[in-house]
Design a protein around this ligand. Structure first.
Ligand code: 1PR
Length: 616
């Protein structure tokens, strides 16, 4: 029987036979196997039970992390196990958002995680990672009340190895304008301010952008001209006072600080744990500065890339298995006598495949969430947990995010539902039906109650974490004054020669039309706190005839938050079309990827040929 295994994050695995016998190598030749594996760290994933007649010696550690454990009895001494110790990284997580992906990335690189429980844990850390999540003021409050702010300042001022991520960079500065001014740790001169959207700049800054290295930091060695993933509404501008800290800048509207370095202290505004291979290699360089550089293909990043998103519509089929399905105009059943739910694959496998193929983001839509209770839908949470173990690009999940009372009368707020999704690995949640009700109410009363799911979730997790998914249907009309909603002159006339149309919002997966247009909805949800719009179109869904350019132009011109164009992609030209004719920030597709008609790489190659920047 072979087991347990000492497994490696990079594929090395050594099987140890349980006792008897425990002996793998004689003590006289223990070094040999290590000389072969010493540059490939592995972590011990199973504890070994030793033969009671043999006593394990304390482990012998070597300066490069190599260790050996021997067993001995009165007559012999044998090698039991060893390897390169998986160093523990200390993580400061104050529980305000999704740090599961960061944990997964650190573990995937072969390191163990020790969580900070008290300020002393910061001071005793060998290597500290601080993934700031949530809002600036709330984070500072937690840090100050727990005594961690002081410990953090002491740790950083002593030049101990530190990596701050996103808000973990911003908190190092003097103050922030986010719900403020609010005082920060004050270690670096500068004020965290909001991007200026007055000239039409889409805020939050969401997506893959290029950075310009301004000084050697060690950890950004492999970044080259590759894109990294940003998601934030606030940033710090470089100045004479903070320039000696700055190790890279990024351009979005204006030039802002994308990373700082001084000695062993680093912080990045982007998310390495969401930046694919490039991000993992940045993390690796911080966690193990002696690690060799990863050979990444040459990059050509120069600006914010247009994103290509793979969407997985997920639901239980008639046998109760969770499957990826795909509809034609939202009808997901086969046109056969059995009328079964179309099954296009398993969600975790497909998501992993699309990550490898170069998808910039993955969206899961729980398409029956409107009638099921998502927290009862544990398979969907499992899908997220498993996916986030190996997929290091942003994950969005939608479907069923609303307040809910279960059969036992227990009330769950939409915030609880969203929190469970975030804890399970989602970076963004997407709200469909409930956002329509919130917008209708807001337009009727003109009052922001703060109580809608949209408002609550964006207040707690930030608006960059909230996507509103719109499911509109085109309604042709002869005269633009026939309806009170925003109308457009369509590029192709309707079936009876109509020259105008409005886009009616629907809920419950397109089953019910509502008295609100997509334009009115988009404007309202932006005001209520949405950070992004996923713009579907029931008429185009699954048709492969191209995106509804009229609709996407209408909405992407109307709002300053990023718009994801969705529904209808059937060829690579459809992607260039939507980016050339509208201000969409991303294009989402499902059917062509699931049916393997067009790989993601072909879409990206085509976009590059058309002069549209994408992440390669
Ligand atoms: O209302 O908050 O519970 O959210 C439900 C979510 O599920 C919404 O985001 C809604 O868009 C989605 N949904 C509900 N029913 C369906 C269905 O198909 N029957 N899917 C559905 C919507 C649309 C896109 C699709 C694109 C691209 N799917 O996500 O992936 O149209 O497809 P294509 O490239 O093949 O054309 P709530």
């Amino acid at each position: 029987m072979d087991a347990p295994a000492l497994s490696s994050s990079r594929g090395v695995s050594i099987h140890v036979r349980p006792s008897p016998p425990l002996t793998l190598r004689r003590a006289s030749s223990p070094i040999k196997p290590y000389s072969r594996i010493k540059t490939k760290p592995f972590s011990i994933c199973a504890s070994l039970s030793s033969d009671s007649s043999k006593k394990p010696c304390p482990r012998f550690s070597f300066p490069n992390g190599l260790f050996l454990v021997l067993v001995h009895d009165s007559s012999s001494c044998s090698f039991l196990y060893g390897g390169v110790a998986a160093a523990a990284v200390t993580l400061l997580d104050y529980g305000a958002g999704n740090v599961r992906s960061l944990r997964n990335a650190i573990r995937c690189l072969g390191f163990d995680i020790k969580d900070v429980q008290k300020p002393e844990d910061i001071l005793s850390a060998n290597r500290l990672v601080f993934p700031g999540v949530g809002a600036f003021a709330a984070a500072m409050e937690v840090l100050e009340q727990s005594g961690m702010a002081e410990a953090l300042s002491t740790y950083i001022e002593s030049d101990r190895p530190f990596l701050g991520i996103c808000l973990g960079l911003q908190l190092l500065f003097e103050s922030s304008e986010e719900n403020g001014p609010v005082k920060g740790l004050g270690l670096i001169p500068g004020v965290v301010g909001r991007f200026d959207s007055s000239n039409g700049l889409a805020v939050p800054h969401i997506g893959w952008n290029a950075v310009q290295i301004t000084k050697d930091s060690g950890i950004l060695d492999d970044i080259g001209r590759h894109h990294v993933y940003f998601v934030h509404s606030y940033r710090v501008i470089p100045s004479d006072a903070n320039w000696d800290w700055v190790s890279s800048v990024c351009n979005y509207g204006d030039s802002f600080i994308s990373s700082i370095t001084r000695g062993n202290v680093h912080a990045v505004q982007f998310h390495p744990e969401k930046s694919g291979d490039v991000g993992l290699s940045i993390l690796r360089k911080f966690l193990d500065p002696s690690s060799s550089s990863k050979k990444l293909a040459h990059g050509k990043a120069s600006q914010l890339a247009k994103r290509v998103i793979a969407c997985l519509d997920v639901r239980a089929n008639d046998k109760g298995d969770l499957v990826v399905t795909k509809g034609d105009q939202y009808d997901v059943r086969e046109h056969s006598d059995e009328h079964q739910v179309r099954n296009l694959g398993k969600p975790v496998e497909l998501a992993g495949q699309y990550y490898k193929d170069g998808a910039d983001e993955i969206s899961f839509l729980n398409i029956t969430g409107f009638r099921d209770f998502p927290l009862g839908d544990l398979p969907m949470l499992q899908v997220l947990r498993y996916t986030s173990e190996n997929v290091f690009v942003p994950l969005t999940v939608g479907g069923g995010i609303r307040d809910f009372t279960d059969g036992n009368g227990r009330y769950y707020s939409s915030l609880e539902v969203a929190s469970e999704y975030f804890r399970s690995g989602a970076d963004k949640i997407s709200i469909g039906s409930d956002a329509v009700f919130a917008a209708e109410e807001y337009l009727k009363t003109g009052v922001k109650t703060g109580k809608s799911s949209l408002e609550q979730i964006s207040r707690v997790y930030g608006n960059q974490a909230v996507v509103v998914s719109i499911d509109p249907r085109r309604v042709y009309i002869r005269n633009p004054n026939d309806v009170k909603f925003k109308t457009i002159k369509v590029s192709s006339p309707g079936p009876s020669g109509e020259e105008y149309a409005w886009y009616q919002c629907t809920i419950n997966g397109g089953r019910e039309g509502r008295p609100i247009g997509a334009y009115e909805l988009a404007k309202a949800v932006e005001e209520l706190g949405a950070g992004e719009i996923l713009l579907n179109c029931i008429d185009c869904d699954g048709q492969g005839q191209g995106f509804d350019i009229d609709l996407i132009k209408l909405i992407s011109d109307a709002v300053t938050i990023p718009v994801i164009a969705s529904s209808g992609a059937g060829a690579v030209q459809h992607f260039s079309d939507v980016f050339q004719k509208t201000s969409a920030s991303a294009a989402l597709a499902a059917g062509i990827f699931h049916r393997k008609e067009v790989p993601i790489s072909s879409v990206k190659k085509h976009l590059l040929q058309e002069g549209i920047e994408v992440r390669m």
